[in-house]
Design a protein around this ligand. Sequence first.
Ligand code: G3H
Ligand code: 13P
Ligand code: ZN
Ligand code: NA
Length: 306
Amino acid sequence: PLVSPKEMFEGAYAGGYAIGAFNVNNMEIIQGIMEAGSEENAPLILQVSAGAKKYAGLGYIMKLMEAALLDTDLPVVLHLDHGANFEICKEVIDGGFTSVMIDGSHLPFEENIAETKKVVEYAHERGVWVEAELGRLAGVEEDVVSEKTIYTDPDEAVEFVERTGCDSLAIAIGTSHGAYKFTGEAKLDFDRLDKIASLLPNYPIVLHGASSVVPEFVAMANEFGGDIAGAKGVPEDLLRKAASKAVCKINIDTDIRLAMTGVIRKFMAENPTVFDPRGYLGASREAVKEMVRHKIINVLGCSNKA
Ligand code: G3H
Ligand code: 13P
Ligand code: ZN
Ligand code: NA
């Protein structure tokens, strides 16, 4: 069934693991993730960005989710990723999402608080969870480019959570969106995470930009005509460390994109006579499933936590 993330995060916090939040925008991605979650008996968060909502349409998203949940008891959260304002949050809350992110991280502190509070008020009256963000990830986020990470200030985080009433907080500790996260050594500011966690006891923290940029899929894409040079993600041991701490939700989109692209490029190259889309889409669905299973078992630690 569709559920709130509340119990998932309580389990994750206490158990020192994290829930995977996977971006979805079509049937094969949803099916691949659902199959992985079912096989591993793992709780799942499926998240939809504004771009995904525009691509598939909210009606298709809701019906695909309904279909996904027909033959399973698996707890699944349907979450809005990077909601830019109150209006989009309201739309998906009214449409049946169980969790939303209001991303005011690009706004001045007081404006971020005001917009987040407004969403919290509307969402909480309807039993919907609210994730907010403080600090800024390097790279592109909602069309705003930040050259460098603006690390989340621990004292501001406390004030922000107290004044907005948001249920979970995305913080900036060195990750970024996309396939090019680090030019030099990959490192995250765990001292900052620990400081924030000590000031906000038992409070679930969210890590965006947390794909590993799986080297195998980058290499596969490049071997079969792709040109994805210099890609680098968050190493798995750093993600495991984050999951063992206050981080309860780990966002993964880029690894899904890379898995599908790598496998489709390979399939196309190796099967030049095939023109049935079920061939390459089926292969990419299988790749998404195995990649997500690997995350659940080896990175998130949420196998058998459903
Ligand atoms: O954080 C961004 C997610 O990867 C979603 O990306 O806005 O291109 O759908 P998108
Ligand atoms: P990645 O680009 O690292 O997959 O991050 C996804 C994300 O944070 C979605 O909100
Ligand atoms: Zn994100
Ligand atoms: Na955790």
